[in-house]
Design a protein around this ligand. Structure first.
Ligand code: NZQ
Ligand code: ZN
Length: 388
């Protein structure tokens, strides 16, 4: 097990009626607030009115940027960074799902530099500081509310690139499960698949590691499997929404990483799919993950699948290891495609074979994608072919 540093300094306000703390939280950073949001779900739900009321009651100055799209674009980031500079913004308030949160984090960084914000991704320009960001989460999925990452798309170059940087970590996040009651069954399912993947990217690892963390991750995976279908059928089931929301944050806030190598596999592959086809991130992950598992299964890795199958899906531990492993992949597929009802092939979501080589090449950075099993371009093309 490797040494690690544990440091997750995000203040979390969890539960209903916590917005009364919003004014005091924002006021810590100054007077001028840039409120950012997406395509309008927060107006339909009434959250916009509640948030603006709190901001005004606290005597703060409100500026707004709306229209942040799913798979957020660099243009939104550019607009936000410009607004921050023009209006001398003190703090950004992101209200929405992962896309709004991610874009806002990069606006906050873009506000502190003179160069084009895309340079953070194309040239890996240093991220030395960012304006403070506070979030109000409306969709349990990405964990952006409690991590230092943000993923941005550039349609001109067909790139979708994620990057972590400490200054992007939100100062505070408001997690009210009732705000996710209006999330559609489809987005709930995609969010569940995304959270599952965040955990599996760390869990599927052959390094000796902390048993405690494996148990924690198994508990979170069981939580998703138990509560995602309930949330889809009963959108206003508080217990289901609350369990999913807190799992979203803990799946990726860094806690489960302790002592493990950090290379992920399915996310780099998925980002290439949504870069070109603009599909929902969790959907792409659901299609890829069982195929990736199948591709990586052999005598050297089987023990991890056995642990997963027995502890997460309750498969009989007395069966042959390979049988347990194969059953665990079937169980996961059944969860994604039958229980959550997500499409199960690339064809169904319009991903074409002609782009397999270019997507595979980008996913491995024209080298080898490290991870559970190192994957070169041809390995990734084979995994894509299994998804057809
Ligand atoms: O834009 P609005 O109108 O708000 O509608 C959104 C959007 O259409 C809607 N929605 C959100 N909350 C809602 C709601 N609809 C009804 N009621 C609510 N309460 O849901 C749609 C999808 O929203 P989006 O923010 O795109 O979804 P998600 O949270 O899944 O974010 C996906 C993005 O995050 C990135 C993904 O790649 C993708 O770009 N990721 C970010 C990560 C991170 N920061 O660490 C890690 C992830 O692995 C992921 O890559
Ligand atoms: Zn993800």
């Amino acid at each position: 097990m490797n040494n690690f540093i544990y440091d997750i300094p995000v203040r979390v306000y969890f539960g209903e009626n916590q917005l009364c703390h919003l004014g005091e939280e924002l006021s810590k950073y100054g007077k001028r607030v840039l409120l950012t949001y997406g395509g309008g779900s927060i107006k339909k739900s009434g959250l916009y009115d509640a948030v603006t009321k709190e901001i005004k009651n606290a005597g703060l100055e409100l500026y707004e940027l709306s229209g942040i799209a799913p798979n957020p674009r660099i243009d939104s980031v550019r607009d936000g960074a410009r607004m921050c500079k023009e209006h001398n913004i003190d703090v950004l308030l992101a209200v929405g799902g992962g896309s709004t949160l991610d874009a806002t984090k990069w606006m906050a960084a873009g506000a502190c530099v003179e160069h084009d914000p895309w340079d953070f991704f194309s040239k890996w320009a240093p991220v030395e500081k960012a304006l403070p960001v506070v979030t109000i989460l409306t969709l349990a999925a990405t964990g952006s509310e409690m991590d230092s990452g943000g993923v941005i798309s550039n349609p001109e170059t067909q790139d979708k690139i994620g990057r972590l940087a400490d200054p992007l970590l939100p100062k505070a996040s408001f997690l009210d499960p009732t705000l996710t009651y209006s999330v559609s069954p489809y987005q709930t399912a995609c969010g569940a698949a995304d959270m599952m993947s965040h955990i599996m990217e760390v869990y599927f690892n052959m390094e000796p590691d902390l048993y405690m963390l494996d148990c924690f991750m198994e508990g979170m995976m069981k939580t998703i499997i138990k509560y995602a279908p309930i949330a889809m059928q009963e959108p206003d089931n508080y217990e289901a929404r609350a369990n999913l929301m807190w799992t979203s944050s803990w799946a990726i806030n860094g806690f489960v990483n302790g002592g493990k190598q950090q290379a992920w596999s399915c996310h780099p592959m998925e980002h290439e799919l949504s870069a070109i086809y603009d599909i929902t991130h969790g959907l792409g992950l659901a299609i890829l993950t069982p195929r990736w598992m199948k591709y990586c299964l052999d005598e050297t890795t089987v023990s991890k699948y056995v642990q997963f199958g027995v502890n997460v899906f309750g498969i009989d531990a007395n069966l042959e290891p390979m049988d347990i492993a194969k059953q665990s992949i079937e169980k996961l597929s059944a969860f994604f495609f039958d229980t959550l009802g997500l499409d199960n092939t690339f064809t169904k979501v319009g991903i074409e074979e002609k782009n397999f080589p270019v997507m595979a090449k980008k996913a491995c950075g024209d080298g080898v994608l490290p991870g559970f099993k190192p994957l070169a371009q041809q390995d990734i093309e084979k995994i894509f072919a299994m998804c057809r």
